[in-house]
Design a protein around this ligand. Structure first.
Ligand code: AMP
Length: 205
């Protein structure tokens, strides 16, 4: 049995066609049901649908053997208990520092609002900047506008959300895409099945 963890929304939508190319399909009935463990057309492959931030946690603890997770989420959580095996090249975007103006990110003790406190802390440590991190769960773009922070660290795709809120992207922290991750113990105990799946996926990218 192989259990694959996917997150609701964009990753699920973009990963299902990839899985279909290697013969793993989930019916619309399963997808539209309220079930959280979905059967696939392959008897020993199940799909679990989670919140994005929970995917690496389920894989880390071996409840799911494999997961598809944004690099942003993996970097924020760390790599304990998992291997990152494949860049699926989907859900691409960039982790950026954004602010109203360049002068806002020159301040001495920079206030940074973000959903990614570890990523932000690591980045500013690396460039020797002293920061105060303000952890938010959404609507990051609002923080500099209302004076809660000097800048934000967030994902940027088209840049439209920043623009709509009078912000500009300045520094790129990393480029992000969805990655295939695997539980380290599963990788040993189910090595043949997992390698087969990864190799087939890689050929179809
Ligand atoms: P955009 O306006 O296209 O730059 O998109 C920015 C908004 O979409 C921000 O709220 C981001 O948090 C979110 N976003 C952009 N790309 C991704 C992604 N690959 N995964 C999750 N959220 C994203």
């Amino acid at each position: 049995m192989l259990t694959i963890a996917l997150s609701k929304g964009r990753i699920l939508k973009e990963t299902l066609p990839l899985l279909a190319t290697i013969g793993i399909e989930v019916s619309d009935d399963e997808l539209n049901s309220r079930k959280l463990i979905l059967d696939s057309n392959v008897e020993d492959i199940k799909i679990i649908v989670l919140r994005a931030t929970d995917v690496p946690v389920f894989v880390q603890h071996g409840v799911a053997d494999i997961g598809v997770s944004g690099k942003d989420v993996i970097e924020e959580k760390g790599y304990m208990g998992i291997y990152e095996l494949l860049d699926l090249r989907i859900s691409k975007c960039r982790m950026m520092v954004a602010a109203k103006s360049a002068s806002d990110i020159q301040k001495n003790l920079l206030k940074v609002a973000t959903k990614y406190p570890n990523t932000a802390k690591n980045y500013f440590n690396k460039i020797n900047r002293q920061v105060e991190i303000i952890k938010l769960y959404g609507a990051m773009e609002l923080a500099p506008v209302v004076g809660l922070s000097d800048c934000i660290v967030d994902l940027v795709d088209t840049g439209n959300t920043l623009k709509a809120n009078g912000l500009k992207a300045f520094d790129e922290i990393s480029s992000i895409s969805s990655r295939l991750i695997v539980n380290i113990s599963s990788y040993k105990s189910k090595n043949i099945e997992i390698k087969d799946l990864v190799e087939s996926l890689e050929k179809n990218l």
